[in-house]
Design a protein around this ligand. Structure first.
Ligand SMILES: Nc1nc2c(ncn2[C@@H]2O[C@H](COP(=O)(O)OP(=O)(O)OP(=O)(O)O)[C@@H](O)[C@H]2O)c(=O)[nH]1
Ligand SMILES: [K+]
Ligand SMILES: [Mg+2]
Length: 438
């Protein structure tokens, strides 16, 4: 338990009907008594007059909620003050809180205290941060699931299994010293391989959880004048990029943000691919190629009234969407570079719906939500990768002591992921499970 009592405005800043100040720490109860006269009944909204403790001046009439520990967000004594949203009210109450010895909270400090008090693990805390940042329904669902403990549960389950493996491995060492035959080591090896395979399967998710959290990168590429900028504007619903009949109009990458199937997408319009003596345009072409390489999703645009150009053909491959634009001028070919293009006329709007559906399907495939709880951050990937490497190392270890050491390292990697590195747990299992008695 920390000793400071902290407070912060939990609602947004600026003029509002109501502002919510949140308070946490051992001083919360006494401060409520000084400001509101008494602590209201726990977890019930109570209308109270708040007064400056020094001057008894009325500061506001507010809804006050008292959350005695441990049943609060932070696990500490805590309170909420739902004030009238004016600036002077907020300033008056803030001054009173400071005078009572509370201090302004650091960013994330409430959640940090909740974590330190065992109210949540690190992945749940991250889920709350993601929930606050969520901009689409799919992001919200993913964040809610993580904040609700979907990853925490899974990782805690793996940690528990690993802890047991380590305890058994250590017992095997003990038995060997005593000259007793045992099959424990082989069992540990097999259970370790099963666990490693499960973690590998979880890692092998195509980065979908991370993409949903961060957004998908999509790039429109194609020959000059194919209609790339026209398509970007049509998808964005605004004139974000300059369109003209002159080939080589777009040079800089022009980016818009879309939402496709609940996935946030950064869609980039790029310079038309061609060899050019113009060094500025050539730089645009280099950037276009880089965008295409880095993109999660490439939309290759061809003009239906022109033969497909080599530069764009070279970018086709699995996962690339081919589009034949300007079908008002010529019919879309049945096949371009082995792909069946989506026929489109940005001018008439024909094919726009089909293209949007194809984009939504592609976005859902690459970043869509599923029933499975997915890892959402590079930090998760790194820790799990490390854990699985150590597990595999343990399986190969020539000596039981080395296997135990590798299992311990795997457990530490998982511990860093959830924020719970537990040595005592291993001891508990060793002595609880085996009664070795020495
Ligand atoms: N007929 C017809 N013209 C189109 C269509 N889409 C775009 N255009 C025209 O094609 C020309 C080029 O369009 P842009 O959108 O600037 O093409 P771009 O691929 O971005 O061209 P660069 O930036 O120069 O590479 C413009 O005159 C557009 O009006 C279409 O579906 N049908
Ligand atoms: K153009
Ligand atoms: Mg353009």
């Amino acid at each position: 338990m920390s000793l400071d009592t902290i407070f912060a405005l939990a609602s947004g800043t600026g003029r509002a009907a109501v502002s919510m100040l949140r308070l946490s720490g051992p001083g919360s109860g006494p401060i409520l008594e000084r400001l509101a006269g008494a602590r209201p009944a726990p977890r019930m909204a109570s209308l109270r007059r708040l007064r400056d403790p020094a001057t008894a001046e009325l500061l506001d009439e507010a809804l006050v909620i008292w959350f005695p520990a441990p049943r609060s967000y932070t696990g500490e004594d805590a309170a909420e003050l739902h004030l009238h949203g004016g600036r002077a009210v907020l300033e008056g109450v803030t001054a009173a809180l400071l005078a009572c010895g509370a201090r302004p909270a650091e960013p994330g400090e409430f959640t940090r205290r909740a974590f330190l008090n065992g109210r949540m693990d690190l992945t749940e805390a991250e889920g709350i941060a993601d929930l606050i940042a969520a901009e689409t329904a799919a992001q919200r669902r993913q964040a809610l699931r993580q904040a609700g403990g979907a990853l925490a549960e899974r990782y805690a389950g793996w940690s528990a299994r690993l802890t047991r493996l380590l305890a058994h491995q250590e017992a095997a060492i003990e038995f060997a010293e005593d000259g007793l035959p045992n099959t424990l080591e082989e069992e540990v090896r097999q259970a370790g391989a099963t666990l490693a395979a499960e973690i590998r399967a979880h890692l092998d998710d195509g980065g979908r959880g991370e993409r949903l959290r961060e957004g998908l990168w999509a790039a429109i590429v194609g020959a000059p004048n194919a209609g790339k900028s026209s398509l970007l504007n049509a998808l964005a619903g605004r004139e974000a990029a300059i369109v003209s009949a002159r080939a080589g109009t777009t040079r800089d990458v022009v980016e818009v943000r879309l939402e496709l199937a609940g996935v946030p997408v950064w869609l980039a319009d790029t310079a038309g691919l061609r060899d050019t003596p113009d060094e500025i345009e050539a730089e645009g072409v280099r950037r276009a190629r880089r965008r295409a390489e880095e993109a999660d999703l490439v939309i290759a645009v061809f003009a239906a009234d022109q033969p497909p150009d080599e530069a764009t053909l070279a970018l086709l491959g699995p996962g690339v969407l081919a589009v034949a634009n300007k079908t008002d001028l010529a019919a879309a070919p049945a096949e371009i570079g082995g792909l069946e293009p989506i026929g489109l006329s940005v001018r008439s709007g024909a094919g726009m719906e089909a293209l949007r559906r194809a984009l939504e399907t592609a976005a859902a495939e690459r970043a869509g939500l599923s029933e499975e709880a997915r890892l959402t951050r590079p930090r998760h990937r790194a820790a799990l990768g490390e854990a699985v490497n150590w597990l595999e190392e343990a399986a190969r270890a020539p000596l039981p002591e080395l296997a135990a050491e590798a299992l311990r390292a795997a457990l530490r990697a998982l511990g860093r992921l959830t924020g719970r590195v537990g040595v005592e747990e291993v001891l508990d299992v060793v002595f609880g499970d085996f009664c070795i008695g020495k």
